[in-house]
Design a protein. Sequence first.
Length: 287
Amino acid sequence: MTENLKPVSVKTFGKMKENKEKISMLTAYDFSTAKYIDEAGVDSILVGDSVGMTVLGYDTTVKVTIEDMLTFTKAVANGVKRALVLADMPFLSYHVSKEQTILNAGKLIQAGANAVKLEGANDFILEEINHLTKSGISVAGHLGFTPQYINTIGGYYIQGKSYENTLKLLESAKKLEENGAFCVILEMVPEESAKYITENISIPTIGIGAGKYCDGQVLVIDDILGKYPGNTPKFVKQFANIKDIIKETAKNYNNEVKQGIFPDELHTFYLPEEEREKLECNLIKSY
Ligand code: KIV
């Protein structure tokens, strides 16, 4: 699907909400995957700090650094023509000072991201978001379950599970909007709560484990491909089984190498006949 090559911008997100057109987002961490996702017509690619778990093999996203994010953002941006590239600001890259936040966000934008994503909405984070958006850097918020705070949350729990907590989430979402965020990710929130929030803010909500009423949906590419070796949460729909394809392909390759079947004639370069003859004569002489 390459016919609509008009790049997706933060404005497009707003228009899509107005027009009740669903926004699709997937994570990607490398050039070729990003290219295929873009060509498939997905509206936005999130260079998520989930890269720490899917690519780097960490147990949480907390160990991901700004340097890691810069490498993966560059790779993704090189593969994308249309989709909006959103890059996660990793743990502690926006908590120290306004100066450091703006420098780190600026590096991600210079690496090719169109916008950055920050988790949470306490007063400190809201100030950072305000400063970033006033400096010309588009920001997405992230509420509900916020993986970077796993050590203070204490586990992978559904958020906003009561009327009061839903109202608190809505209040946070409104503050994100007031401070300039162009969209908000809602992670692991009951469908009714996500619907209520979606209907009461003007910026789009992008859900992950937040039901069908959000303005858009995001999932981790490794999860939908069936590639991640760890547990996958209830909200993930696995659309393929790449894990088995990789294992089967590697097994076949291994067998062919061990048995001398690969490389065969089709996959081999040969000398021109006269050069081969010279070589053979020389070989005979040297015996
Ligand atoms: O890092 C990530 O992939 C994310 C999604 C879970 C929204 O933040």
